[in-house]
Design a protein around this ligand. Structure first.
Ligand code: UAG
Length: 488
């Protein structure tokens, strides 16, 4: 593609360059640049891509996008926001792939991963070829690809969407984080359906205030239905039981479909009954009422299922197919995942790493736990510090044996994080810095009928201590501890 053709996609932009080289790739990392690349300088949080522009030229970049003046022997195109420019350019370079996909975006503090998984499974059951982008991985059909972020940078996203279109994917479900919305990572995406799960405290290290966090999530709905270049119907799926939905409803030009349990909504779950082996409820739509049976447990999962059902209904999947798919659905890795190594007590690994999700998971466990509830929990370093005392309070309130430990301490002192947690409680709590020791302690103390919840890391297979990313899997550590206990 020619440079000047590409630049035309930047709205309100009149290219001031006379050169018109052929662009063979777009790169945001100088180390990936090859002969013919267009290098986009991204000002990061820790590193500034502008500092690598010279290196990019030396490696063969034929043009540069930048926010600040650079003296280089190749054309430099100046923009106000290079992340947003990258999103638009990547979308154009890869042939605007989201125009050729039915794209469902899911945002909200909790439930994004489960909801996208459920949408993917329902669509597959309906015979569609699917794509998935989220915290655990990216997927095309059964093929999986690693990810760094819940919502990857626009360049990675658009490349993946192109791959999906080339692989004849019909429906793509993706998690859309507030960071991604605020940084413009999804700026070039043409969403058909946008889903809101819920909003509770998280990411205040980045957003500073809940207002900013709520507003950032709302960008998904505000941009939906406003695109003049594409005429497919757009749907905003909103959780009627969450107050933020009112604001998102007002901000969107899309058709609004609500779901909920408590407030009157278009899609509702009524007469919910939960046991240790699953949940049943009446699913009420504007035209039908059917019984839903699922192996999933927890009220949060009823909401996730309702969100997925609503997204699939507006995507023209018949209700009967949806209900059938839900009946067969297993849980999501690391989400309320039971570790069963033949021990006489229950061990559950869950990704809950916000006050709200921890409370939800513990409340669900309380409903079926016959004896004591243990919780092994920590809080991430270099992230929202205000969550720490709140999560500690919740752990103490809803469990019989809380054990505070490390999550991903990152650059922070693990003891300082534990001290922040302890500020939230007056009781003496067992604190074991080493996560493996903490899990082992819980498993050794548990007796028949007890439930041990290991919270915070879910599907993750690493622990970040300082700059080291060390192999760590809560499920494996728990299984090994159970085995050692059996051998004693
Ligand atoms: C705070 C934040 O969002 N950081 C993101 C940011 O990193 P950064 O600003 O430090 O920048 P950098 O990538 O180190 O460097 C800046 C630029 O220089 C370039 N560079 C760098 C080195 C070099 O030799 N040459 C070069 O060109 C880089 O390629 C990049 O373009 O840009 C990177 C590339 O896009 C992201 O991977 C990174 O996400 C990190 C991993 C992260 O942890 N982000 C979290 C906060 C996040 O985004 N979370 C959300 C929400 C998750 C949830 O819902 O729970 C998510 O969507 O994941």
């Amino acid at each position: 593609m020619k440079l000047q053709t590409l630049l035309q996609y930047l709205h309100n932009f009149t290219p001031r360059v006379t050169e018109n080289p052929t662009i063979t790739s777009i790169e945001m990392d100088s180390r990936e640049v090859q002969q013919g690349s267009l290098f986009v300088c991204i000002k990061g949080f820790t590193v500034d891509g502008h500092d690598f522009a010279e290196q990019a030229v030396a490696r063969g970049a034929v043009a540069i996008i930048a926010e600040r003046p650079l003296t280089l022997p190749v054309p430099v195109i100046y923009v106000n926001d290079s992340r947003r420019a990258l999103a638009v350019l990547a979308d154009a370079f890869y042939g605007q792939p989201t125009h050729h996909l039915h794209l469902i975006g899911v945002t909200g503090t909790n439930g994004k991963t489960s909801t996208t998984y459920f949408i993917e499974r329902i669509c597959r059951h309906a015979g569609k070829k699917t794509g998935l982008i989220g915290t655990i991985h990216m997927k095309i059909g059964d093929e999986t690809y690693d990810v760094n972020n819940t919502t990857p940078e626009s360049l990675v996203l658009q490349k993946m969407f192109r791959k999906m279109v080339d692989a004849d994917v019909d429906v793509a479900a993706m998690e859309v984080s507030s960071h991604a919305l605020h940084m413009g990572r999804v700026h070039g995406c043409d969403f058909d359906v946008a889903v809101f799960t819920n909003l509770t405290q998280d990411h205040l290290d980045y957003h500073q205030t809940m207002d900013h966090y709520r507003w950032s999530k709302g960008l998904l709905f505000a941009q939906l239905g406003n695109r003049f270049d594409h005429q497919r119907p757009k749907f905003a799926i909103l959780n009627a039981d969450d107050a933020a939905s009112e604001e998102y409803k007002k901000s969107t030009a899309a058709n609004v479909v609500t779901y909920g349990i408590h407030h009157e909504s278009d899609i509702m779950a009524k007469n919910i009954e939960m046991t240790t082996s699953g949940t049943t409820f009446q699913l009420v739509t504007p035209t039908e009422m059917v019984e839903v049976k699922t192996k999933l447990i927890g009220m949060f999962n009823v909401y996730n299922v309702l969100a997925a059902v609503s997204a699939c209904l507006v995507s023209n999947i018949p209700l009967a197919t949806i209900v059938e798919a839900i009946a067969h659905m297993e849980g999501v890795p690391g989400r309320f995942e039971v570790v069963d190594a033949g021990q006489p007590f229950t061990v559950i690994v869950d990704y809950a790493h916000t006050p709200d999700s921890l409370e939800n998971v513990l409340q669900t466990i309380r409903q079926f736990a016959k004896k004591r509830v243990f919780v092994v929990v920590g809080c991430g370093g270099d992230r929202d510090r205000t969550k720490r005392p709140l999560m500690a309070q919740i752990a103490v309130q809803y469990s019989d044996v809380p054990i505070f430990t490390s999550d991903n301490p990152r650059s922070e002192d693990p003891l300082a994080i534990l001290n922040d947690m302890k500020q939230g409680v007056t009781e003496d709590v067992v604190c074991i810095v080493d996560r493996k020791e903490a899990i082992t302690y819980a498993i050794e103390q548990a007796e028949e009928g007890d439930v041990v919840l290991i919270a915070g890391k879910g599907h993750e297979t690493y622990q970040i201590i300082g700059k080291d990313v060390l192999y760590f899997d809560d499920r494996v550590v728990a299984r090994e501890a159970i085995q050692r206990r059996k051998e004693k």
